[in-house]
Design a protein around this ligand. Structure first.
Ligand code: HEM
Length: 395
């Protein structure tokens, strides 16, 4: 039995060492935590589970993304926790809102939001790029794609940050309750109305003639908020840290912004923000020589696949010259591969184009020691940086 708990305090600081041990000793290892689950750490094994959705369901109790919302464990969210053929119906309904062209259409709006946030920070010469930037921009972008009315976007962003950044159960319950009320209102307004946004598309889609229930739609909406904000926020934080701490890379990107898509793709591989999500075995099967029985739960550790030596011999290095830069599992694999990938890539590019434009050169505050998070997501607690106001080098 493996001594592994993806939510244990401090695991974020040693996760790459721990998953490297597991990959070489047993890429499908049993952990007794949370009632027992199999920790899947090898690239081949994760890829197989993700693509074999006849054998492995995305509906899973108490592991992965749904841990963010423990109170709604018994409800199955459309799309995220559904399996084919139902899953394909939801996915088709949402797809038009996530094409590269759809993402490009909201680029001006994303750029405007990013500029607004940066305009407040720029004159200060210093900021925590997690609390004041990475946690601020993605909720505003998510509000845009969910169709939250302009007047309520600020409130939506504050509640989202309040829920996911809560430091006490009371704070989480308060923000979560108010966010649920806001989302429930949006869902109600969209029933039977013409489809104008992704939430409307889900509300008005039926599977075998049956629409999703209010509870299912609310869980879906919460998971959309998490999928759109936490992931992008943590990737902004992870990428900001690489740029802040690698002066050579920063200078290259400052001189040539066309490197940004490569920086972002490598960042999604190097410290995969979607750290781990769950699956449930739908029938008895064997995975890497390990017998699994129907109902067994598995945790797919995506970031571990992305450091697997069989695919990335120097996976710990951050490189822009990989022969196959997109052949990583940071966006997932199979039917549930990230639907928001084009939007996320675009958002991240705009975020860093504007950050470099407005701050110029920047560097970490002296003595800064990164503290990594790990669990369902992989990010950073803070990235304090400083820059020279009105100039290109920090003062
Ligand atoms: C850098 C940021 C992001 C990363 C690294 C990321 C990664 C992932 C991964 C690994 C999955 C697969 C999970 C699984 O199979 O269990 C996924 C699914 C998903 N992502 Fe993303 N994501 C990001 C941003 C976004 C954004 C901005 C949105 C939308 C606003 C989004 C929407 C989704 C949705 C809807 C799914 C579920 C797809 C399905 O079940 O068919 N993601 N994402």
């Amino acid at each position: 039995m493996a001594d592994f708990d993806h939510l244990a305090p401090g695991v974020g600081d040693v996760i790459h060492e721990r998953t490297a041990e597991l990959r070489s000793a047993c890429p499908v290892a049993y952990s007794g935590a949370y009632g027992g689950y199999f920790v899947v750490t090898g690239w081949d094994e994760i890829d197989r589970v993700a693509k074999d959705d006849d054998t492995f369901s995305s509906a899973v109790d108490g592991l992965g993304a749904t841990m963010v919302l423990p109170q709604s464990e018994k409800v199955t969210a459309p799309l995220f926790e559904s399996d084919r053929p139902r899953h394909s119906v939801w996915r088709r309904a949402m797809q038009p809102f996530f094409t590269p062209a759809a993402a490009a259409r909201i680029e001006p709006e994303i750029r405007r939001l990013v500029r607004e946030v940066l305009a407040r920070l720029a004159p200060r010469g210093q900021a925590d790029l997690v609390a004041e930037f990475a946690a601020v921009v993605p909720p505003l972008v998510t509000a845009t794609i969910l169709g939250v009315p302009d007047a309520r976007r600020g409130e939506f962003a504050v509640l989202t940050r309040g829920l996911f950044g809560a430091t006490s159960p009371e704070q989480a319950a308060g923000a979560g309750g108010r966010l649920a009320a806001l989302l429930t209102g949006l869902i109600g307004e969209r029933r039977g109305a013409p489809v104008r946004d992704v939430l409307g598309a889900v509300v008005n889609t039926t599977v075998d003639g049956v629409p999703a229930t209010d509870e299912e739609l609310l869980k879906h909406a919460f998971l959309m908020v998490a999928a759109g904000t936490l992931t992008a926020g943590d990737t902004i934080a992870n990428t900001a840290l690489v740029l802040a701490t690698d002066a050579g890379l920063r200078a290259r990107v400052l001189a040539d912004r066309t490197l940004l898509p490569a920086v972002i793709e490598e960042s999604v591989r190097h410290e995969s923000a979607v750290a781990a999500t769950g699956r449930t075995a739908r029938r008895d099967t064997v995975l890497a020589g390990v017998d699994l029985v129907r109902g067994d739960r598995l945790l797919l550790v995506w970031g571990s696949a992305n450091r697997d030596r069989t695919r990335f011999p120097d996976g710990e290095r951050f490189r822009l010259d990989r022969a196959h830069p997109t052949r990583h599992l940071g966006w997932g694999a199979g039917a549930h591969r990230c639907l928001g990938m084009h939007l996320a890539r675009l958002q991240l590019r705009v975020v860093f184009e504007e950050l470099l434009e407005v701050l110029g050169d920047f560097e970490p505050e002296e003595g800064f020691a990164p503290r990594r998070t790990f669990g369902v997501l992989r990010g950073l607690r803070s990235v304090p940086v400083r820059w020279k106001v009105g100039g290109s080098t920090p003062g």
